[in-house]
Design a protein around this ligand. Sequence first.
Ligand SMILES: CC(=O)SCCNC(=O)CCNC(=O)[C@H](O)C(C)(C)COP(=O)(O)OP(=O)(O)OC[C@H]1O[C@@H](n2cnc3c(N)ncnc32)[C@H](O)[C@@H]1OP(=O)(O)O
Ligand SMILES: CC(C)C(=O)C(=O)O
Ligand SMILES: [Mg+2]
Length: 516
Amino acid sequence: MRKINVFDTTLRDGEQSPGVSLNFEEKVEIGKQLERLGTDIIEAGFPASSKGDFEAVKRISDLVSDSSVTGLSRSLQKDIDVSWEALKNGAEPRLHVFLATSPVHMKYKLGMTPDQVVENAVESVKYARQRFPKVQFSAEDACRSDWDFLVRITEQVIDAGAEVINLPDTVGYITPAEIQEMFTYMKENVRNIEKANLSAHCHDDLGMAVANSLAAVEGGADQVECAINGIGERAGNASLEEIAVALHIRGDYYKAKTDLTLNEVKRTSALVSRVTGMQVPNNKAVVGDNAFAHESGIHQDGMLKEKSTYEIITPELVGVSSNRMVLGKHSGRHAFVEKLKELGYHNTTEEEVKRVFTAFKALADKKKEVSDEDIFALMTEEKLDSSTAHYELQSLQVNYGTHNIPTAALTVAAPDGEVVEEAATGSGSVEAVYNTIERIVGDAITLKDYRIQSITGGEDALAEVFVTVRLNDEEAPGRGTAHDVLEASAKAYIHAVNRILSRRAEGMETAETLEV
Ligand SMILES: CC(=O)SCCNC(=O)CCNC(=O)[C@H](O)C(C)(C)COP(=O)(O)OP(=O)(O)OC[C@H]1O[C@@H](n2cnc3c(N)ncnc32)[C@H](O)[C@@H]1OP(=O)(O)O
Ligand SMILES: CC(C)C(=O)C(=O)O
Ligand SMILES: [Mg+2]
């Protein structure tokens, strides 16, 4: 397996993300984590760009010893001098100097001829080598540069002492097939290529940064430059975690590997996301919240039978504790039963599972994700209702308006199997519902206590209502769960009434023995 050096530029190109500016402590914290992750080279910043960046690069360079720390510099002696001051005490001081080589950059941005660019690059590399033991030269916008011009400048900067030549796709323009061919061309045509490593630095403007980096590896690149979570200028850089995991999982194809400690990937991603304020999309490969979550029934069933059916990366590989089975509208019975077991329901009958699964599907139609608490609530309701059911709510309609008298209409299955329809008014919607139930039961019922809470957070959470009611001389608590508060209120009231009736039927004497 060929070893690919990982050059992390989160703290330099990554910080060039619009809206991101890291302070000293934040940069140092990320620098230490990048060392734990095992990146070969950390580009800690651009020392000549500001005093703050200078201090951060210096601190990281002083602190970090397991990774080599570098800083970016224009092809100017004053930038190189400042970089040396920042990096000179590091374990392995390394300079990254760049100059553009594409026709458009040379003509319009630099105002230099190709000959002047070669001369300037060679001078800078020689000047840098008087201080730095290791110098990397980047031919900015290499992927829009003439290949023979790239061969010429590469040969000369290698002769001047550069040991790493980076060929960036500065504007994210190239395709995988082209970049592979370009690296192969350089390997075959640069006369002194054996004295240097080739590096790829890809941007994601066309969404091909990772694919291009991997294709560059196929073409012979020895180093990839990338950023955590793919952050960076404009659409960002190639994402470090995606390249690293692709090389790990498809080592059979790339015949290449990195020395990263992959189980530090998730932690590093979370740190960078928190500190930069750039959120990781849920569907982001490797580090997104959904990367190890399975929602659909067929996938969950496959996962329960054999994980490799739908998971090519184990969550543990990148430091995620486990995969997640998300119960939602696409989930099936296998995953549902598994969840019941996980929640401690081992002795459920087929009938129970059938009823609760139907309730679960109905809830999942209204709610994006059904939580453990939701399932617990459905199961508790099933257990209590099946042992005491007499009245059963079938439908409910409430008419409420700020200038109308609230009116409720309910359809309820009575203990004798008859389906009763009734309506009543009240001073509020809940009272209208309760007055209707009272009519259906045909006895005086008094509400002694009413409490409501939401199960889990969010606008689509289940409502849970607790009541205490008095029917004739007896009191009982009741509990109801539903997506809607009025339905939960009706269910709680009926539940309490059912308990009293059930107690009567069983000849029980006290209400206190029943707990909600
Ligand atoms: C592809 C990349 O990511 S390159 C890195 C980009 N990163 C950054 O620019 C972040 C840090 N930059 C900065 O803080 C500032 O731009 C500084 C301190 C470097 C320079 O600031 P200023 O002196 O105000 O110059 P300004 O940024 O406006 O213009 C850039 C100058 O550098 C020149 N330049 C650009 N690249 C190079 C290079 N590799 N070598 C030498 N000069 C260069 C430009 O031609 C321009 O020169 P001019 O003033 O003679 O026209
Ligand atoms: C400075 C270089 C390496 C760069 O960031 C680019 O060309 O994108
Ligand atoms: Mg870049």
